[in-house]
Design a protein around this ligand. Sequence first.
Ligand code: ADP
Ligand code: MG
Length: 145
Amino acid sequence: MPITKNEKETTTFAKKIAQKIQNGGVVCLFGDLGTGKTTFTKGLAEYFGIDRIKIKSPTYTYIRKHTAKNGQNIYHIDLYRLSHIDDLLLEEINELLENPKDIIVIEWADRMEKYLPENRINIYLEYVDEKRRDIKVVSEVRNNY
Ligand code: ADP
Ligand code: MG
């Protein structure tokens, strides 16, 4: 489990995780503001050929869809502004989770913890100091990840 020394290392780490789920999967990101969840998502998206500049935290919506060159969908979900998940959003997210070929990244996954799918990768990011982040892959529920 790495302590990354800068943004670039977090990006590189994200690409390794991306490789594990290249045929579809769910990555749940946990950690306070500024710990690197969006940075991680940028790295993951980059692995799929999506420009990192396109990955920003959604402001007017909780879900953003990106399509890789090979046609694969990458859904970036950011629940920061959410205090209580409502049925409509949950239904929308559950629909996305039904397609095993898609890549789904959820920032602030704790906001919907009890609704998260069993097959997922949990990633916990912690602030160490200005440039360092402790990143733990706490559970890889599905063995073939
Ligand atoms: P979050 O989405 O968790 O709120 P962001 O990825 O938006 O966090 O912001 C992380 C900030 O911390 C960025 O400004 C990034 O440049 C900076 N940073 C410094 N060191 C690191 C590191 N090791 N990994 C990731 N981000 C880092
Ligand atoms: Mg973020």
